[in-house]
Design a protein around this ligand. Structure first.
Ligand SMILES: *Cc1c(COP(=O)(O)O)cnc(C)c1O
Length: 357
């Protein structure tokens, strides 16, 4: 199975569309827009594995060019949009889609516009959209309302919507599942993944299914879809009118891909679960301080879910860490006032708690 995908034959910087082109819905003559997405680390989480009694791997999607998995789908969606002659790319976003759309539009020589919920987009993500030249519009509403406006605009104006309602996005995001199987030699027993608009969990499922059907994997994983308690429509069974969570990337009350995600989780024998914001922040800190991986709060939900619903002993688990922690520095609480002392040996040693001899 290690020869799966053309992944090994193409340089990493050619990106995930080039690496898996023959497995993706894209015409051979379409030129690819890439920033070198994909090929992200799959790290063995030693402390976490010992803690839950399983073999736990972290898929570090924060290592993508704009710091989240959104780049995989954006590369494919923008390539196809440009080939069709699109001029303006439009999306609603909790932050990472706008960062990615803005960057890939810049790389493609296209314009981009993003609609975001006022006051609920992490600072780093907003900076990305601005610096990549997107036109940024805030709405006095949550993400679900922003997406409704964007979808309506897509019908009425000459724009290409690059939210995950665009099927090219999910198609491109399958490549993460391909990479996991190529690296592990088979699919894991369990995939833990944060769920917001529910596109990514759907894409992973399609990727794993495609690999099994092609004989490149012997199994498909059970899916553990993890939501935040204050934004858990797939756990509670219906839309949440006012979703709230510190994990802004999954602060979504009415997921666009709810139907296919439910089907995927059901077919996998898995489930949706909800975790508290404090469990999310604790998992974020534990990953950073014991594994060396700093992810954003939404990403840590996957690990919080794993800790709350431990897997069968000895099973092989992949937790998807969807975005980089640097995007949302404000979410890191509790560093407290840091000590400030004079720049002399005695004072610094004392503040550090080390003895001088
Ligand atoms: C978009 C995003 C999610 C949620 O993915 P969906 O496909 O909307 O379910 C989770 N984490 C991060 C960091 C994201 O950017």
């Amino acid at each position: 199975m290690s020869t799966a995908g053309a992944g090994r034959a193409t340089p990493r910087s050619a990106g995930s569309v080039a690496a898996y082109r023959s497995l993706l819905a894209i015409d051979p003559e379409v030129p690819v827009v890439t920033l070198g997405e994909g090929g992200t680390p799959l790290l063995h989480a030693k402390r976490l594995s010992a803690r839950v009694g399983a073999e736990v791997w972290l898929k570090v999607e924060g290592a993508n060019p704009t710091g989240s998995f959104k780049d995989r789908g954006m590369a494919l969606a923008v390539s196809k949009a440009r080939a069709r002659g699109a001029g303006v790319l439009l999306c609603a976003s909790t932050g990472n889609t706008s960062a990615s759309a803005a960057a890939y539009a810049a790389a493609a020589g296209l314009r981009s516009a993003v609609v975001i919920p006022e006051g609920h987009v992490a600072r780093g993500k907003l900076a990305q959209a601005v610096v990549h030249g997107a036109r940024v519009v805030q709405v006095r509403a949550n993400f679900d309302a922003a997406l409704a406006v964007v979808r309506a605009l897509g019908e009425r104006a000459a724009v290409t919507v690059v939210n995950s309602v665009n099927p090219d996005r999910l198609e491109g995001q399958k490549t993460a599942a391909f990479e996991v199987v190529d690296e592990l030699g088979d699919a894991p027993d369990l995939l833990c993944i944060p769920v917001g608009n529910a596109g990514n969990i759907t894409a992973y499922w399609r990727g794993f299914r495609q690999y099994r059907e092609a004989g490149r994997a012997s199994l498909v994983p059970r899916l553990l879809g993890v939501q935040a308690v204050g934004a858990a429509p797939l756990v509670g069974g219906g839309p949440v009118p006012s979703p709230e969570t510190v994990a802004t990337a999954i602060r979504i009350g009415d997921p666009a891909s709810a139907g296919p995600a439910r089907d995927a989780v059901g077919a996998s024998g898995g489930r949706f679960v909800a975790v508290t914001d404090s469990a999310i922040l604790a998992a974020q800190r534990e990953l950073a301080s014991t594994e060396g991986v700093f992810c954003e709060p939404a990403s840590a939900a996957s690990v919080a879910g794993l800790l709350a619903y431990p897997p069968a002993a000895g099973s092989r688990v992949v937790c998807v860490l969807t975005g980089h922690g640097l995007k949302d520095p404000d979410a890191v609480a509790g560093e407290g006032p840091l000590p400030v002392v004079a720049a002399d040996l005695g004072a610094v040693a004392e503040a550090m708690g080390v003895e001088l001899d």
